[in-house]
Design a protein. Structure first.
Length: 61
């Protein structure tokens, strides 16, 4: 699945002056995650439930 650049959201930890991080995009059935330094590289696709569980876990760290 090819997503338009406008469909990707860059992590708030990324900046134009510093290291880039990850980008995420939502599709009807999945949340896509990619390395913002390699936008044409591999992507991770997870279910919305798995993404929510990850964010809940990461928020506790």
């Amino acid at each position: 699945m090819t997503l338009k650049p406008s469909e990707w959201t860059k992590s708030s930890y990324s900046s134009n002056d510093g290291p880039e991080c990850v980008e995420v995009a939502r599709t009807p059935d999945t949340i896509r995650v990619r390395d913002s330094k390699h936008p044409h590289g591999p992507q991770l696709a997870v279910t919305p439930a798995a993404w929510t569980a990850f964010l809940t876990y990461a928020g506790r760290r």
